[in-house]
Design a protein around this ligand. Structure first.
Ligand code: CA
Length: 234
């Protein structure tokens, strides 16, 4: 296998059941210097992702054995960082949102241009390289929060953080000397003007605690300041 222009060869796993598309992708990607492995169903795709550790996964949504969104979620649970690009014939906005919520990084709609797909793959790799040089982490209890990768890690457990989850943690941390009011969180994170009976922040904190706290009933890190807001104890 011919190595790419810079450094080691990047490995791309294609999970796609249409032979013509697989053939076209393989030719184009290998021509670009990538190493390619392809699998025609979700179960084999997941196995290959685990065994082969690809640098990027191209995932078709309509596979013979399983729904691509579920495969995407499983891939994402097992590996919080590997880039996943969804390939699909479905162009509706709802499908894109669902794919991104399932943990995909990008999305191309069939019929796609291979040149465009390769440009997107390269853009993801460039973004990763940039982030790797500016890594930034902080700790909450035993969790290591990575603000670039949007992950939290404790030992072998990795979880993904959404944009809002990370922003809330960052704000609470910046001001961990004091408590942060609900109104401040609403304004600064969600850009919403505070209104009475707005439960956005409280509902959100409940979910965030579920991710972060050993015991949600007696949280140790995100404390409630009654009638005011929240305080982080790292
Ligand atoms: Ca298919």
């Amino acid at each position: 296998m011919q190595a790419g222009a810079q450094g080691s060869t990047r490995k791309i796993l294609v999970i796609e059941d249409e032979p013509d598309i697989v053939r076209g992708l393989r030719d184009a990607l290998e021509f670009e210097g990538f190493e390619v492995m392809s699998e025609g169903n979700g179960a084999d795709g997941l196995r290959a992702a685990a065994d082969w550790s690809p640098d990027c996964v191209l995932l078709d949504l309509m596979l013979p054995d399983d729904n691509g969104y579920r495969i995407c979620e499983t891939l994402r649970q097992r590996d919080p960082v590997v880039p996943i690009i969804i390939l699909t014939a479905k162009a509706q906005e709802a499908d894109k949102v669902r794919g991104l919520e399932a943990g995909a990084d990008d999305y191309v709609t069939k019929p796609f241009s291979v040149a465009e797909l390769i440009a997107r793959i390269n853009a993801i790799f460039r973004r990763q390289a940039r982030l790797a040089t500016h890594e930034e982490t902080f700790e909450i209890g035993q969790w290591v929060i990575n603000t670039r990768k949007h992950t939290m890690q404790r030992g072998r457990v990795h979880k993904r953080l959404t944009f809002y989850e990370l922003e809330v943690l960052k704000l609470l941390r910046e001001r961990s000397e004091d408590a942060v009011s609900r109104d401040d969180l609403l304004e600064k994170i969600w850009g919403v003007t505070p209104a009475p009976n707005n439960r956005t922040v409280d509902n959100f904190i409940v979910k965030l605690r579920r991710k972060l706290e050993e015991d949600q009933k007696s949280p140790k890190h995100i404390l409630t300041v009654y009638g005011f807001g929240y305080k982080l104890v790292p």
